[in-house]
Ligand binder design. Structure first.
Ligand SMILES: Nc1ncnc2c1ncn2[C@@H]1O[C@H](COP(=O)(O)OP(=O)(O)OP(=O)(O)O)[C@@H](O)[C@H]1O
Ligand SMILES: [Mg+2]
Length: 228
């Protein structure tokens, strides 16, 4: 069974009386173990698609099945719980909490889980170590470089041990070398732990690291390439 099956997803935003068709009948299957990219020009629907797959937004039409279960059938609380336990999200702008240290930021999603304080700390520390930041746990975001902040955001997305991480342009704010290092880290986690990654990108180098690329134009999938 695929991890995610998105069927005929459409999203219409209303701007006053004008309809904006952000996604048009998108069908997408994400298999377990995948490392895939979503490409496409600005405004093509990449963020909208990631937000819907990540259950942050609801589609206007269509459905998202996770492990065969339709997420639309979950109540608000069940959905929050489901996201907490299964999905990690990396936002383009990092979204770290400035007053918290790196380890406190990573620990944040665990506060809602039934874990002891010590377990939470240990897991947050391990997540930071997995992204090579074990030694910088007590720095605040403004005491870290852009690439280090992005890695804190990755650690935070991973700390709940999700089955899938959705990453919206995870390298867009990074210089080229740091961006590739972040991608290599994600690829390594994919091979070692089997964590599925779906990331959007504009960068051809980053795209070339994916094993499957789907291209969106005007909210439709126009091309799909798979690396043999
Ligand atoms: N909240 C909203 N209200 C109205 N229109 C929206 C909203 N969010 C997105 N859109 C529109 O939906 C379309 C898809 O937007 P989306 O953010 O998914 O594109 P994108 O591919 O992520 O673009 P970018 O590469 O610039 O991040 C665009 O035309 C955008 O203007
Ligand atoms: Mg976007």
């Amino acid at each position: 069974m695929p991890l995610i099956e998105a069927r005929s997803l459409s999203k219409i935003y209303m701007l006053g009386k004008t309809e904006v068709h952000a996604l048009n009948a998108v069908n997408l299957t994400v298999e377990k173990g995948e490392f895939m990219a979503i490409a496409g020009p600005s405004g093509s629907g990449k963020t909208t698609l990631l937000n819907i797959l990540g259950c942050i937004e609801k589609p206007t039409e269509g459905s998202v099945l996770f492990d065969g279960k339709n997420v639309a059938q979950l109540s608000g609380n069940q959905l929050a719980d489901f996201r907490l336990n299964h999905i990690g999200f990396i936002f383009q702008t990092f979204n770290l909490i400035p007053v918290l240290t790196a380890i406190e930021n990573v620990e944040f999603p665990l506060l809602k889980m039934p874990l002891s304080k010590r377990e939470r700390r240990t897991r947050a520390q391990e997540a930071l170590e997995s992204v090579g930041l074990g030694g910088l746990a007590h720095r605040k975001p403004d005491e870290l470089s852009g690439g280090q902040r992005q890695r804190v955001a990755i650690a935070r997305a991973l700390v709940g041990r999700p089955n899938i991480v959705l990453a919206d342009e995870p390298t867009a704010n990074l210089d080229h070398a740091t961006g590739l290092a972040v991608l290599e880290l994600m690829s390594d986690l994919n091979s070692r732990l089997g964590t599925v990654f779906v990331f959007s990108t504009h960068d051809p180098k980053v795209m070339s690291m994916a094993r499957r690329v789907i291209s969106l134009v005007d909210g439709k999938i126009v091309e799909e390439t798979t690396v043999p």
